[in-house]
Design a protein around this ligand. Structure first.
Ligand code: ZN
Ligand code: ZN
Length: 752
């Protein structure tokens, strides 16, 4: 618009000063908002009149530092289509350059060590731009104008390759990429440094290479993601719907779960044992683009880590710890500050409902859909497995990337690193801390340590209430005038009564949350071991059910059988209402899984079996394990299992039983909603990663009820930190007056 003035990037956002007539100034303001760059996200804006000033031109002024920050953090963006074209364009000066980027793409969060985002505050700092790059950087009409990640082969980020005993293979970038191709053909496993950390790659059509990877990673059955060169290649191997395509090709570039086609040549049995879906991903970094294009066949692409530990992201760690796993290590000298795994998403096949399985690279850490009430800085430390951190400050919500299971020391170190990095980069000090009730969780212990350090206090939020608060907030239901039924089903969470909860129904009304129903308690046999062995769930739940012993006895040795029965008789165990364990028990009764090597394995097999029935017969099943219209005052877990055991003993089709089980759960939700006279149903907890359950729920219930699921967060424990924050932030009255208002205890007495 030929205006003069300046623009700069500061710790509370972008500031622009222009010299213009009022009308012209407003036209500029409108233009700016309407034509903002595609990747920008304007959360607030304002225009003010200043004293008259005269400028000779329009300039970008250097970023200034201030003591506080009021900014969202930008996630990492997948390679844009223009860079993708340039990468393949012979004669382009970045032809086959593995680190091509522009202002529309490239790493951000993973390389930023301070705010505002500027080359000097990123790990691009040591790279000096060559003359041509500098010219692009300064040219306002260039796509790389002010691109902080700008580099080219004349001022390059350098690729290096090592053998697994740490010897460097002396080759330039092109030679290394050819070597990678040669080694992949010969069935080798190669660790390649990506955006959030190292990925392990091997040929996805080579069963023995994948078997070797499983063996070396000590990962017997957990599915691997597959990286395809492009959309056409995905279509060759899997069914790609329009929603899925949109996700896959978005700037987030997540792993998207897809139904596989038959007889494709993929080593499916080794990639995703006993499942009919694969996690597909497209090359989001130019280095992967070159490798997959060159290779021409899909590649297994999985986070490089050692069993349960966090993803490896430094060269020294990779060289030290991937020796026994990868045959070669390909690395480069642009450092990663914030490690992140790939995000994972699924679109339900019938209702097209997105289910986030993991929110990480491309999404973390900014969250846009929450309006805060508390003026203080809040820190919520989350749960144990699938941990995350939420920070709330100055109307901004930050939810960290998925950080995995905080059982291991490495994971705890990485968790703390992320926490202090976020607090540091945002220049924040927590003024109140929220955490899970479970005193054994790392997140709980750390919350208490931090409270001491920051001289503040901690509020413990019950696990499933946090889940419910999270899904309420995601769907803007906190101020809902009508009551909402929370269906909160997951694996484990410490309950207010000291037992293990997980199959819960809450009522939310006017900022008060009440637990009103739950699956009848059953013994938590052998404590945490029960989550690893579905056969223990089956035994614990079915110990009193007629005929069940016949189905279960052969799953145990005689000594185990005698011992476990004895433990159950003494009754000296914690009790649990976990829906996750209920799924496990059904899977074990149907002989799908007696011991599982990863979380959710048994439930996934059960879902896959049920789908083989619903695929042919639809979702409406004329039988339920619960009585139609029954006015339950408690949820009889044994009624459910009594029916299942009978059906098995009658030799009914196992796929039918699996589907009927899913249907019965939906049925029970409708019975309870009717009992309570509630029309709004909000679902959270790891069980709702089950796409069949979500689809059935939507298809069977949405004509009579409003059914809500998570939108921008995962239903699993990744949402706990956000839920803890919301529970505190939006229910201050409720927490302070817990005895009189929240009436959890009183209500349970009424219902049980
Ligand atoms: Zn680009
Ligand atoms: Zn250059």
């Amino acid at each position: 618009m030929q205006l003069t003035g300046w623009v700069n990037n500061t710790a509370d956002g972008v500031h622009i000063e222009i010299s213009a007539e009022e009308e012209q100034a407003f036209a500029f303001y409108d233009n700016l908002l309407q034509k903002a760059p595609a990747l920008s996200r304007v959360t607030q804006h304002v225009i003010n009149k200043t004293a008259t000033k005269v400028f000779s031109s329009f300039n970008i002024i250097h970023s200034t530092n201030s003591p506080t920050t009021d900014l969202m953090l930008t996630p990492d963006f997948a390679m844009c289509h223009q860079c993708k074209e340039e990468l393949q364009e012979p004669g382009n000066r970045r032809y086959q350059y593995p680190f091509i980027t522009c202002t529309h793409c490239g790493p951000r969060y993973s390389i930023a060590s301070a705010l505002p985002y500027d080359r000097q505050s990123t790990t691009m700092r040591p790279f000096k731009m060559c003359r041509q790059c500098e010219e692009e950087y300064k040219n306002i009409s260039d796509r790389r104008f002010f691109s902080q990640t700008n580099s080219c082969p004349s001022c390059e980020i350098t690729l290096k390759m090592f053998t697994n005993d740490g010897k460097e293979i002396a080759k330039e970038s092109g030679g290394i990429l050819k070597e990678v191709n040669r080694q992949l053909i010969s069935g080798k496993i190669i660790a390649v440094k990506g955006i959030g950390g190292y990925l392990l790659l091997c040929d996805a059509t080579n069963a023995s290479a994948i078997k070797l990877l499983r063996q070396r990673k000590h990962r017997p059955t957990k599915p691997f993601a597959v990286m395809f060169a492009n959309e056409d290649q995905v279509n060759e191997f899997a069914l790609l719907g329009s929603q899925e395509k949109k996700c896959l090709t978005s700037s987030i570039a997540p792993v998207v779960l897809l139904k596989t086609k038959n007889n494709t040549g993929l080593a499916l049995h080794d990639i995703a044992p006993s499942l009919k879906t694969i996690g597909a991903i497209l090359p989001y970094a130019p280095l992967f683009e070159i490798i997959t294009r060159q290779y021409g066949r899909p590649l297994v692409a999985t986070s490089a880590n050692i069993s349960d530990s966090p993803i490896i992201y430094t060269e020294s760690d990779a060289l030290e710890n991937l020796q026994g796993i990868a045959d070669f290590i390909v690395t480069h000298n642009r450092q990663i500050v914030m490690p992140q795994d790939d995000s994972v998403i699924q679109i339900t096949p019938q209702s097209n409902i997105p289910i986030l399985i993991r929110r990480s690279r491309g999404m973390a850490p900014s969250y846009f859909n929450y309006k805060t009430n508390t003026p203080v800085t809040l820190l919520a430390t989350g749960a144990l497995m699938k941990s995350s951190i939420t920070i709330q400050s100055k109307k901004n919500t930050y939810i960290s990337q998925y950080m995995g299971n905080t059982h291991t020391l490495e994971a705890q170190v990485s968790y703390k690193k992320t926490l202090f990095h976020l607090l540091g980069i945002l220049r924040l000090t927590p003024q109140h801390i929220l955490t899970d009730k479970h005193p054994g969780y790392f997140s709980n212990q750390l919350a208490k340590e931090l409270a001491h350090e920051y001289e503040t206090s901690v509020t413990e939020v019950q696990h499933h209430k946090a889940h419910f608060a999270a899904v309420l907030a995601e769907n803007d239901l906190l101020e809902c005038m009508e009551p909402v039924l929370g269906v909160i089903w997951d694996g484990t969470g410490l309950g207010d009564d000291g037992q293990i909860w997980g199959g819960e129904f809450f009522k939310y009304e006017k900022h008060a949350m009440q637990r009103c129903y739950y699956f009848d308690y059953f013994p938590q046999l052998l404590g945490d071991k029960m989550a690893k062995e579905p056969r223990l769930s089956a035994l614990a739940i079915c110990s009193e059910i007629m005929g069940a012993d016949r189905l279960l006895e052969n799953k145990f040795t005689t000594a185990e059988w005698i011992l476990y029965k004895k433990i159950l008789q003494t009754g000296n165990v914690l009790l649990c209402s976990s829906a996750g364990r209920i799924f496990d028990a059904v899977a074990s009764l149907l002989n799908l899984s007696d011991t599982q090597s990863y979380e959710g394995e048994a439930a996934m097999y059960l879902q896959t079996l049920a789908e083989s029935y619903t695929h042919k017969n639809g979702y409406k099943i004329n039988e339920s394990y619960f009585l139609d219209g029954a006015h339950y005052y408690r949820l009889p877990t044994t009624t459910l299992f009594d029916g299942i055991v009978r059906d098995i003993l009658k030799n009914k089709d196992t796929a039918f039983i699996a589907a009927k089980f899913h249907y019965s759960l939906i049925h029970i939700v409708s019975i309870i909603a009717d009992n309570l006279g509630i029309r709004n149903i909000a679902c959270s907890g790891g069980v709702f990663q089950n796409a069949l359950l979500v689809d059935m729920m939507h298809q069977l219930l949405s004509s009579r009820y409003h059914v809500f699921f998570h939108k921008n967060l995962s239903p699993n424990d990744e949402n706990i930190s956000f839920g803890q924050m919301v529970y505190y932030d939006s229910n201050i009255d409720c927490i302070q007056a817990q005895d009189s208002k929240s009436v959890t205890i009183k209500n349970e007495n009424i219902c049980v």
